[in-house]
Write a protein that binds this ligand. Structure first.
Ligand SMILES: Nc1ncnc2c1ncn2[C@@H]1O[C@H](COP(=O)(O)OP(=O)(O)OP(=O)(O)O)[C@@H](O)[C@H]1O
Ligand SMILES: [Mg+2]
Length: 627
């Protein structure tokens, strides 16, 4: 050791200088005995002691080895040790360096200092780092002057699909974001936008070209004269899918209530159109034949019959569309039963096979799965619609080169049915529209565009989901997910049965028809022409007649402005319960909660407009038979 002192500074002064430093200094000889000590403790505790013995018993060997490295190898060694003083954890940094004169090593200089502050700061930094990494939103710390990312957390590394080191210390100039309907941002423009306090949501392109939907926000802070932006970023693909599903649901709900109103308005006139056309058709069939005597009349009759037949067909078509609309409005009177999904799927495949056969091979990967709860016929309708769409997406004639894959799985308590095809797929911009009612890309007459909106509604009513995507290669991929049975408590079981009996009517009955739509009432009256029918197109009058005249059967419309069918029923029930038992309720669509409950409760006695004469007759036979 070379000690230089200037004039006026003695070797003793040097000792005082050392004692003023926040460290302990020991000088060891070649036998590792302490020959000098300067520090806060009593030197008598150290002088002459074998240095390794000053360490705790567990650390003794370690210390000895380190000291030998210095003594024998001339190395400088530094290490941190934890010591327990008065139950306090202390950290000490120890530095061992050779005490050499020229080539000769004469001993070791041990310098030790307390580093509790440094350790505490380190621990705090570690905790902050762990917290930072634990945040599940990506965080980038960006130096605004250069645009460099100087720190990032684990979530950011995951989001950008890059290791921490590659994301930090450079500017991510590869990042591009295109907000919906907006222009594409590069990194610089994006930072400007974020620092202004705006949130940017859009399609992001990452370094290797991967794409995802992202949302970014930022706040700017100045630290030590440098301005930084804390950029928060997250993957919003799932949020977007959820938002889209909610928007579809809301749109369908609006359309649903509209549809309920429209269905009601159409069903009323349709009821008498169908009833009257049927009446005319029946009557014409009973005209006595003229035995060829009047050929012109016979021909006229045939033409009239044909015209009426076509009118009937048209009206039936309207009836089917209105029925579909009612499904949309949840007006269908669904059964709730246990459904064997595999069986339903096989049925749907059977029904659509004629369409599929000349367009594609059907690849079936259908295994046993749990049953679900719902209306089997409606679920069948869902599969038929999806399979038909798949078939219609493929040009006919190349069956061996095309495929429709149907597969089933079960995950997280949900039954999953997937249908994949090799057709043209769905253009990206249509993916959100295909569930809208009346959205179709098919020519007139082929599609009404109601298929998927109805499927969506049916699956939603079973607490499931229906989603569409495009396959990586080509073609569309539809996924139906429904909770497996047992995954939710049993819903109320609704039954609707139109009792049909083949027995002839027992007798001519006395019947009252109450319907404020007088044409509908008259048409129903015509259907019942073999009975004695009274008609009331004013509800209060109808109620009065019902109470006074003792009818065998009363047909009563549910939705009437002055007095509802439910109120009529309640009044009749009060004065003559047996007659109330023989009331049949007719409806063109129930769109109040009360009416819906009432119809569900009296499902076996409800007739839906436009009604079929066989159902009307069946109802009378049953009621008279029961009487
Ligand atoms: N597998 C598919 N591949 C490609 N496009 C499809 C597929 N399924 C549905 N689509 C698109 O979605 C639209 C809506 O389908 P949806 O079933 O609701 O009505 P539609 O088939 O046109 O008519 P409808 O089912 O009422 O007869 C279709 O017109 C078509 O553009
Ligand atoms: Mg369809």
């Amino acid at each position: 050791m070379r000690v230089l002192t200037q004039q006026g500074l003695s070797i003793d002064d040097l000792g005082a200088v050392l004692a003023a430093l926040p460290l302990a200094l020991l000088v060891l000889d070649r036998d590792l005995r302490v020959v000098a000590y300067s520090g806060p403790n009593d030197p008598a505790k150290y002088l002459g002691r074998y240095a390794p013995e000053l360490a705790t018993p567990e650390q003794r060997d370690f210390h000895e080895r380190q000291l030998r490295r210095v003594l024998d190898g001339g190395e400088i060694v530094t290490f941190d040790v934890e010591t327990l003083d008065d139950k306090l954890h202390n950290w000490t940094r120890v530095r061992l360096s050779p005490l050499a004169t020229g080539e000769e090593i004469r001993g070791v200089v041990v310098m030790s200092m307390n580093i509790d502050h440094e350790r505490a700061a380190q621990r705090r930094a570690d905790r902050l780092r762990a917290t930072f990494d634990h945040v599940d939103e990506g965080v980038l710390l960006v130096e605004l002057a250069t645009g460099h990312v100087i720190e990032c957390n684990e979530a950011a590394a995951r989001l950008f699909q890059l290791p921490h080191e590659e994301l930090t210390s450079t500017a991510p100039s590869w990042l591009q974001i295109t907000p919906e309907g907006g222009v594409r941002f590069g990194w610089g423009a994006l930072l400007d936008e974020l620092v202004e306090g705006r949130t940017v949501r859009g399609r992001a392109i990452l370094r290797e070209g991967q794409e995802l939907s992202m949302e970014l926000r930022a706040t700017a802070r100045t630290i030590d004269g440098h301005t930084f932006a804390f950029v928060l970023c997250r993957d919003i693909s799932k949020d977007l899918a959820r938002e889209r599903a909610r928007a579809t649901q809301e749109r369908l709900a609006t359309v649903g209530s509209l549809a309920a109103g429209v269905a009601h308005e159409i069903n009323n006139p349709l009821a008498y159109v169908i009833a009257n056309v049927q009446y005319a058709l029946d009557s014409i069939a009973q005209w006595p034949l003229q035995d060829g005597r009047d050929a012109a009349l016979a021909q006229q009759r045939a033409q009239l019959k044909e015209a009426l037949f076509e009118a009937n067909e048209g009206a039936r078509r309207v009836q089917r569309i209105v029925a579909d609309l009612k499904t949309l409005a949840r007006q269908g009177d669904d059964r709730v039963e246990q459904i064997d999904v595999e069986h339903t799927l096989n049925w749907a495949i059977g029904v659509t096979m004629a369409e599929i056969r000349h367009r594609a091979r059907l690849v079936k990967n259908v295994g046993p799965i749990s049953p679900v709860r719902g209306d089997e016929a409606r679920l069948g309708q869902v599969f038929v619609n999806i399979l038909l769409n798949a078939a219609q997406a493929i040009e006919p004639g190349n069956a061996h080169e095309n495929e429709i894959i149907v597969r089933t799985t079960e995950r997280d308590g949900r039954v999953v049915v997937e249908v994949l095809d090799s057709g043209g797929g769905i253009p990206e911009e249509n993916l959100t529209k295909i569930f809208d009612p009346f959205f179709t890309t098919k020519p007139r007459g082929i599609g009404t565009g109601l298929g998927l909106s109805i499927c969506h509604e049916i699956v939603a009513s079973m607490r499931g989901s229906l989603t569409a995507a495009n396959r990586e290669t080509h073609g569309a991929h539809f996924v139906v997910e429904i909770p497996a049975m047992g995954a939710y408590p049993a819903a109320a079981v609704l039954h609707q049965r139109h009792g049909k009996s083949s027995k002839p009517p027992l007798r001519t009955a006395k019947i009252l028809v109450i319907d404020d739509e007088s044409l509908a009432a008259k048409a129903l009256g015509r259907m019942l022409r073999e009975h004695k029918v009274d008609i009331a197109d004013h509800a209060p009058t109808g109620l009065k007649m019902a109470l006074e005249n003792g009818y065998d059967v009363i047909f009563c419309d549910l939705m009437m402005p002055e007095l509802s069918g439910m109120a009529v029923h309640a009044a009749v029930e009060r004065s003559s319960p047996q007659i109330a038992e023989r009331m049949v309720f007719i409806t063109g669509g129930t769109f109040t909660e009360e009416a819906r409950d009432f119809a569900a409760h009296h499902a076996a006695r409800c007739l839906f407009k436009p009604f079929d004469s066989s159902l009307v007759k069946g109802a009378i036979e049953r009621l008279l038979g029961d009487a």
